[in-house]
Design a protein around this ligand. Structure first.
Ligand SMILES: [Fe+2]
Length: 127
């Protein structure tokens, strides 16, 4: 079982010292602040904000998972070469249909060399 590296647990000193490593492995959630219950809602998970990740045969982003609290909503799998074997931001757009009053979205990305990385939770109000 790989260790889960949580972005929120990484202190500022380490974030600065290993800025590129941490950034390129962290999933960043991009979506609207509000959603409508019962209507399709797009959530994009982009690996890395500033730095791109390799797409090599022995080192690539193998999967991206999206959670609402403790519940897995969706998971996308990749093979090496999906991104042309060049450094890129692995980007996945999931379409979900929200229920309830709010979403507590978090994402994990799995790098075949550096393990599982979890980004910062994003709250979405559902009306
Ligand atoms: Fe990696």
């Amino acid at each position: 079982m790989p260790k889960i590296n949580k972005y929120e647990n990484i202190d500022n000193v380490e974030r600065e010292a290993k800025k590129d490593l941490i950034d390129r492995h962290s999933p960043f959630i991009h979506c609207a602040d509000t959603a409508t219950a019962g209507e399709p809602f797009e959530v994009t998970v982009k690996m890395g904000n500033e730095y791109t990740h390799p797409d090599d045969f022995d080192h690539y982003i193998e999967s991206v998972s999206l959670f609402n609290g403790d519940t897995l909503l969706a998971k996308a799998s990749y093979v090496p070469g999906t991104l042309g074997n060049v450094k890129a931001h692995n980007t996945t757009t999931f379409t979900i249909i929200p229920t309830g009053k709010k979403l507590k979205l978090s994402a994990q990305g799995y790098c075949t060399k550096h393990g599982i990385w979890e980004g910062t939770e994003v709250e979405v109000a559902v009306s």
